[in-house]
Design a protein around this ligand. Structure first.
Ligand code: GMT
Length: 378
């Protein structure tokens, strides 16, 4: 089968999931065509099974906003015709589901029928998609998709609550490729970051408001006051500058390292003792799963889909959004005893193994087969 994948090419979770999915499908014999405005950051190797088609948006001074959806749907139409693509899988509803609907209609006009599978990732529903400026178009393009998947039960429920949905949403959780993670705990070279008696704490995100970065820093400050530690802040985003300011106010600048966006997260996680995710909403929390795959226990909030990933008292702990003191208490519970820390590390990894790519990708394949067959019988 030839599959066109539309996604964001950035470091965000939806782009990472789309890219890893495409790579894995190509290994299984599918021909994959990524259609987006940049080569996806995690896509290193192009081959006869993995293609990348760049969407160019010509700059025209009349337009205050350049019409990306138009360029995207035109590119999709062209690529479907050129490569005889059988199915489109779009990740993140805005604007991809809408652009795919437009492309599908344009193709239909030329006698070509192609099913569209839409995967909802989180903020496309909870934060952006439900805004009155987008709601009707998002609802319409979800309902017009041939199949819809969501990355957690929580996101499926949110979608059904926020929109008038008349199509079935299948839950297919996010996944990780365990082959890329260490096979035993305490593998990394932690000496390059911390002294022997120091703990290493990590946070990875796109530094948006929803991540509550000041909570990350305050939790770290609380841990550091009892146990000398270092905090690794990985990622880029609008709250980064403010984060640096808060570090100065808390007087923890020397203990916090900002790494920016990097493809080295697996390496960084390999010497991490504890992962912090303090988000106010999180459909799944792929970064938490990546930490768990690296034997790193997670201190998170209990927002959205996080309770489906992080098991309280087993792979880490969960607290209410904003309850910094509880998060500090739970962090110290894990870190203050090496035996307990080791148990949590093993549990975290065991939990992550449930989300191995080889277990999850077949669910997407079943959806593809169903969508293609349904289209044939229409
Ligand atoms: O977290 C973000 O803001 C990025 C966003 C994205 O689209 O990449 O992440 C969302 O999708 C990820 C992959 O499915 C999920 O693991 C994240 O939980 C979800 N983020 C939110 O719901 C805030």
């Amino acid at each position: 089968m030839k599959i066109g994948i539309v996604c964001y090419p950035t470091f965000g979770g939806s782009g990472v999931v789309a890219t890893e999915l495409g790579i894995e499908l190509s290994k299984k014999g599918y021909e994959i065509h990524f259609i987006t405005y940049n080569q996806p950051v995690k896509l290193e190797l192009l081959s006869n099974k993995v293609h990348y088609h760049e969407v160019m948006v010509p700059d025209y001074p009349l337009f205050h906003y350049q019409p990306y959806e138009l360029a995207l749907s035109t590119k999709v139409v062209d690529m479907v015709k050129k490569y005889k693509i059988d199915l489109l899988h779009v990740h993140y509803a805005i604007p991809h589901a809408y652009a795919a609907f437009m492309a599908k209609n344009m193709l239909e006009y030329e006698g070509i029928n192609i099913p569209v599978v839409t995967t909802l990732h989180g903020t496309d529903i909870t934060l952006v998609g439900s805004h009155p400026s987008y709601k009707a178009a998002v609802e319409f393009s979800i309902n017009k998709s041939d199949a819809v998947t969501a990355v957690s039960e929580s996101l499926k429920n949110d979608t059904e609550e926020l929109f008038n949905i008349d199509t079935e949403i299948s839950v297919i959780p996010n996944f990780i490729n365990l082959e890329k993670y260490p096979t035993s705990k305490n593998k990394g070279n932690r000496g390059i970051i911390a002294k022997e008696d120091e703990k290493i704490i990590c946070h990875i995100s796109n530094f948006r408001k929803v991540k509550r970065i000041s909570d990350v820093l305050n939790v770290f400050d609380g841990i550091n006051k009892t146990m000398p530690s270092k905090l690794l802040m990985v990622g880029e985003g609008p709250e980064k500058e403010n984060a640096e300011k808060i570090c100065k106010e808390l007087n923890i600048t020397d203990n916090v390292y900002f790494f920016g966006n990097t493809n080295e997260t697996t390496n960084i996680l390999s010497f991490t003792d504890l992962f912090l995710l303090t988000s106010s909403t999180e459909s799944f929390g792929l970064a938490a799963l990546e930490a768990m795959a690296s034997y790193v226990p997670v201190i998170s909030t209990n927002a959205g889909g996080l309770p489906e990933v992080n098991i309280n008292g087993e792979s880490g702990y969960m607290s209410n959004v904003g309850d910094v003191n509880d998060m500090i208490k739970n962090s110290l519970k894990i870190l203050s005893d090496n035996k307990i820390n080791d148990e949590f590390k093993e549990n975290a990894r065991k939990r992550a193994e449930k989300y191995d790519i080889h277990k999850i990708v077949p669910f997407y394949e079943s959806i593809y087969i169903m969508a293609v067959n349904n289209l044939k019988t229409q």
